[in-house]
Design a protein around this ligand. Structure first.
Ligand SMILES: C[S@@+](CC[C@H](N)C(=O)[O-])C[C@H]1O[C@@H](n2cnc3c(N)ncnc32)[C@H](O)[C@@H]1O
Length: 184
C-alpha cells in the first residue's frame, strides 16, 4: 500500500452519478464542456510564470483539524492595487440535498454561506486562500459567479496570500479564527 496516497473520501460511483445527472442529463453538453474547459484553465493558469503564487501546505490549523491544509503563497512581491487574476475561482449554488451530501467531516470541499446566494460550493485555485482578520487581499467579482483577488497591502515573496471571509465566518466575531493576526 502506498502510505503517501489517500483516495478521495467521495466514492467514485457517486462522482460519476453527479456528472451523469448534472452534466449530461440536466445541462446542454456544449455548455457544460465550455465550463469544464474554463475551470481546467483556471487550475492550469497557476503554473504560468506570471501567476505570482503557488498552492502550498500549512499546519496553522492542524492543532484543531489534525491535518495539514492548503494555502496560497506568493512567489513574487506585489504592491497594493495589483490584481491576482490567476488566483481565480467560481461559486456554484448548492441544493439542500447537495449541501447534506457534502456534510461529512472528511470532506475536502469548500462550502461557503453568503447572504446573497445562500450555500455555495467554492471552486478553483481561489478556494485555497485562507482567512486572516487583517488580510493582504480582498475578493473581487468578475461576473455573476467568478472571483479573483486584489492586493490591499504590500506582499513579499513567501508571504501567505490571505483574504477576509466575513465577520462571523469562524463563530461570532470570528472568535474561533486561527489566523496569524489573531495569534499575535
Ligand atoms: C476556502 S478553504 C481555504 C483552503 C483550506 N485551507 C483547504 O485546505 O482547503 C476554508 C477552510 O480553510 C480553513 N481556514 C482558513 N482560514 C482559517 C482561519 N483563519 N482559521 C481557521 N481555519 C481557517 C478552514 O478549515 C476553512 O473551512
Amino acid at each position: 500500500m502506498n502510505k503517501d496516497y489517500r483516495s478521495t473520501s467521495i466514492p467514485p460511483g457517486k462522482i460519476l452519478d453527479i456528472i451523469q445527472r448534472k452534466v449530461i442529463f440536466e445541462r446542454k453538453l456544449p455548455e457544460a464542456v465550455k465550463e469544464l474547459l474554463e475551470h481546467a484553465r483556471r487550475y492550469l493558469s497557476i503554473y504560468l510564470p506570471s501567476a505570482g503564487f503557488e498552492i502550498s501546505q500549512t499546519d496553522r490549523y492542524s492543532a484543531v483539524t489534525n491535518k495539514s491544509e492548503a494555502c496560497v503563497i506568493a512567489n513574487r512581491s506585489f504592491e497594493a492595487g495589483d490584481e491576482l487574476r490567476y488566483c481565480a475561482g467560481t461559486i456554484a449554488n448548492l441544493t439542500e440535498q447537495e449541501e447534506k451530501d457534502l456534510e461529512t467531516k472528511t470532506s475536502d470541499f469548500s462550502v461557503i454561506k453568503t447572504s446573497r446566494r445562500g450555500t455555495c460550493l467554492f471552486l478553483g485555485p481561489a478556494r485555497f486562500v485562507n482567512h486572516d482578520c487583517d488580510p493582504n487581499c480582498s475578493f473581487m467579482s468578475a461576473g455573476s459567479s467568478a472571483i479573483y483577488f486584489k492586493v490591499q497591502k504590500p506582499i513579499s515573496v513567501n508571504d501567505e496570500i490571505t483574504t477576509h471571509y466575513g465577520d462571523n465566518y469562524f463563530g461570532v466575531d470570528n472568535q474561533e479564527c486561527l489566523c496569524a493576526t489573531c495569534e499575535r
